[in-house]
Structures are given as C-alpha cells and as structure tokens.
Write a protein that binds this ligand. Sequence first.
Ligand code: ADP
Ligand code: MG
Length: 238
Amino acid sequence: MVKITLDRITKKFGNFTALDNITLEIEDKEFMALLGPSGSGKSTLLYTIAGIYKPTTGRIYFDGRDVTEVPPKDRNVGLVFQNWALYPHMKVFKNIAFPLELKKAPREEIEKKVKEVAKMLHIDHLLDRYPWQLSGGQQQRVAIARALVKEPDVLLLDEPLSNLDALLRLEVRAELKRLQKELGITAVYVTHDQAEALAMADRIAIIREGKILQVGEPDEVYYKPMYKFVAGFLGSPP
Ligand code: ADP
Ligand code: MG
C-alpha cells in the first residue's frame, strides 16, 4: 500500500527551482532515504511533505487523500531536525510531553505516553533533567521521543544524526531503525551520507539539483547506478 504520493512536485523560491517535477511513491511502513549532496533539495522536499512548504505546483497525497492544502499540524507527521531544537528551559519530560499538551491531552495519558516512549529510547532515567545536562546522543533521543509521542504514522527526519560522533551515530542509527520497524512507521530520512542511506533504507531516492535521478533498493542503486553521478556519489564498484 502506498502511504505518501508525490505527484509532479515543483518548488520555486523566486526564480530559483529547488524541486523540479518530483514524482515518488513511498510505501506504508517503508524506510525511504532521500540522499543527495548539500543544496540538492532534500530538506525542501521533506518540509514540503511535512506541509511547512507548499509546493509551487503538484499534489501530495497521504493514503490516497490529497493533503496539499492541509497544514502541518493536521498531517499526523513527526519531525526530527538536525539541530534537535529542544526547549532549553523545559525538562526532558516536558520537552517530550509538549506536543500532547498542545493537543490538550489528559494528564494521565501524557504521563503514560511520555514514559512509554522514553523507555523505548532508553531515556526514562533522564526525564527530570534539562537538555543541557544531557549528552548529544541523549538529546537526539529526546528529539526522537518528542516526534514519536503523538504516535504519528509518518516520521520525517532531516539529517538527524549528523551532529553526533561516529560511534554514537551507529548506535542511534540501529535504534532508530529498530523502532521504525517495531512501531510500523513510514520514515522519510534525509541524509547526505551514502553509508547511512545504504545501511538504513529499504529504498533510496537519489536527488541532485532538485531532481530525483534514481530510486531503488540499496543493492540496486549501489550495483546498478543509472548515472555516473550516482555511481560516484555512492562509491559504486567500477
Ligand atoms: P539540501 O537539504 O539538500 O542541502 P535544501 O533543500 O536546503 O538542500 O536547498 C535546496 C536549494 O534551495 C538550495 O540552493 C537552497 O539555497 C535553496 N533554498 C532552500 N530554502 C530556501 C528558501 N527558503 N529561500 C530561498 N532558497 C532556498
Ligand atoms: Mg538540508
């Protein structure tokens, strides 16, 4: 079943075309990586899926329903950014609870859900701390917990691990992948790191200058690159 359909999406900033006629189907519960160099349009595409940007032309469908005009808060998506952006004056509990408080969920439900998601991410012992009292990896787990607490069916991640050191990156990578499968969430994962995309994704969409060059499973794009650029970017064998 198709979860997200992007139908001929174009996004212009003034005269500049950041997304050029993007068509892509993302399956339900799929882990899709958007891979490309800096400036290729990955974040723009992710924010367009989130509803933060409205496409200049083209339509977006969730479960076959046209959501092009639907604001971000009504799209049931969780967002995780590169810079984490935790609220510095709120303890971890409150940071994670925030999306539920916005929805005016009952106190007991908030308590239960925050503890549940914190446990899944192994941060349940940190709920009483402030963000500055956490390591980078712990902060990123809080950001992921906050994105998951509303039980979104789509999780959108923009280079979420790029501020972590190499070892932690591997650890959170594995964790994230496990959770995504366990919870049955559709994930769209932006990265410029080919190793990360190859290791994590069910399929990879390779983006350059606002266009999708190739979409396929990791093995397929790696061993059968359709363009020199793709081969070079992935480091495919000659
Ligand atoms: P990536 O995430 O792949 O690094 P982006 O999606 O952030 O790339 O940006 C793609 C292109 O669109 C870049 O050239 C960038 O400068 C431009 N761009 C992104 N956002 C805006 C904006 N709000 N206004 C004008 N140009 C933008
Ligand atoms: Mg970006």
